[in-house]
Design a protein around this ligand. Structure first.
Ligand SMILES: Cc1ncc(COP(=O)(O)O)c(C=O)c1O
Length: 402
């Protein structure tokens, strides 16, 4: 895989960048894009973004912002109007009393995860990350000089993290825990009671809990999303909520995410942001304000499409000899176990993904990217028709392995 590509002897790179890996999800996407550009019909089940367009009303708000001249710097943490709207949304949903000073908007949720990690993690601090994990969490911790410590979750428990998983790897150096629910790549949705236990445990040890709810709207089949932010009033110096417009409102390219936390944590993140990107795009902020005000009908339509695809996809994958997919509840990914194919030509999740791309012209992401080499990630952020085509190709290619 195309990782740690920095090999030039004549340029001296820092430890920080040498230790960093190129996002492996991007590496797969790049190969699929290359093949597609050569005219190959690739069924791309790799995407980490909605296949829907940004809602029209949101695009119109962006265009209006340009016409109205909202094309200048805004305050560094985002406009007061946007931060008020975001705080108000949490307050309505969870009875919190967040104010604009508890909110920072930035260039994607990714940036706020990064800012807050840089603000809270010192050299040598350990940060517990349930595994499988989203690719950027460990690299961000490493970049800050900390040490990611993985708490392995159990596929038989639908990959839901438990307090016991976390406690098993805790030490006196534990500085914080990062929970992502619904989870990328597994789709796991943490239950309310378990999350509450983890929050209390973090608070009792003076550890932070960074709660990434980027996929909050995408939960299915009676499962319920629970946000750690609902306990913010009780644990204001523990809980950090990170969220994004990207997946919910199909706004990945607008680069607008946000975090809510104690005002001092937000001030620290704001300090870092002020010296890096400053405010997120003024145009995207105006569009986000529109989405928050009225974009939820569109979100509902996207949710229905994801639900329908998932309901078809999980049994279809389980019907293929040798694949096993546990029933996880959220996001737009499934994470089937492919390890029964290991041996001979296929040795690991990477060679499995390579085989599918070569033989079936189907792109999936190897689980090694997310800390689990027995699995691959399949995204259903693609039409049902293409999903059906992809699954038929996978079945045919795997049957050749005998
Ligand atoms: C779990 C998770 N968190 C955060 C992000 C960041 O999204 P963005 O920076 O587009 O807001 C992603 C994007 O893939 C994600 O999957």
């Amino acid at each position: 895989m195309e990782m740690n590509v920095i090999t030039r002897p004549d340029i001296r790179f820092t430890r920080r960048v040498r230790e960093m890996q190129i996002s492996p999800t991007l590496a797969v996407m790049n190969r699929a894009i290359e093949l597609t550009a050569q005219g190959v019909d690739v069924v791309d089940l790799g995407p980490g973004e909605p296949d829907f367009p940004t809602p029209e009303s949101v695009c119109a708000a962006g265009k209006r912002a340009i016409d109205q001249g909202l094309t200048k710097y805004t305050s560094g943490n985002g406009t007061k109007a946007l931060r008020d709207a975001l705080a108000g949304r949490y307050n309505r949903r969870y009875g919190t009393s967040l104010a604009a000073e508890n909110v920072i908007a930035g260039t994607g949720g990714k940036q706020e995860l990064f800012n807050i990690t840089l603000a809270l993690v010192d050299e040598g601090d350990e940060v517990i990350i349930p595994s499988p994990y989203w690719v950027s969490f460990p690299d961000q911790v490493l970049f800050a000089g900390g040490k990611p410590v993985f708490a392995k979750t159990d596929a038989r428990n639908g990959f839901r993290p438990t307090l016991e998983d976390i406690e098993a790897v805790a030490s006196s150096r534990t500085r914080g825990v990062i929970i992502n629910s619904p989870n990328n790549p597994t789709g796991a949705v943490i239950a309310e009671q378990e999350l509450r236990r983890i929050v209390e445990w973090c608070a009792s040890r003076d550890a932070f809990l960074m709660f990434d709810e980027t996929y909050e709207f995408f939960v299915y089949e009676g499962s319920k999303h629970v946000s750690a932010v609902r306990w913010f009033e009780e644990y204001p110096s523990t809980i950090i909520g990170v969220n994004s417009m990207s997946k919910t409102f199909a706004m990945t390219g607008w680069r607008l995410g946000y975090a809510v936390a104690h005002r001092d944590v937000i001030a620290a993140a704001g300090k870092i942001q002020s010296h890096s990107t400053s405010n997120p795009s003024s145009i995207s902020q105006a569009a986000a304000l529109e989405a928050l005000g009225g974009g939820e009908d569109e979100v509902q339509r996207m949710w229905e499409a994801y639900r329908e695809r998932r309901a078809w996809l999980i049994p279809a994958i389980n019907a293929i000899d040798g694949l096993r997919c546990d029933n996880t509840d959220g996001a737009f990914y499934i994470f089937p176990d492919v390890s029964s194919f290991f041996g001979g030509r296929i040795r690991d999740s990477q060679s499995f993904a390579d085989y599918l791309l070569d033989e079936a012209r189907v792109a999936v992401v190897p689980g090694s990217a997310f800390g689990s080499d027995d699995h691959v990630r399949i995204s259903y952020a693609t039409s049902l028709e293409r999903l059906k085509e992809g699954v038929a190709r996978i079945e045919s290619a795997l049957s050749k392995l005998g």
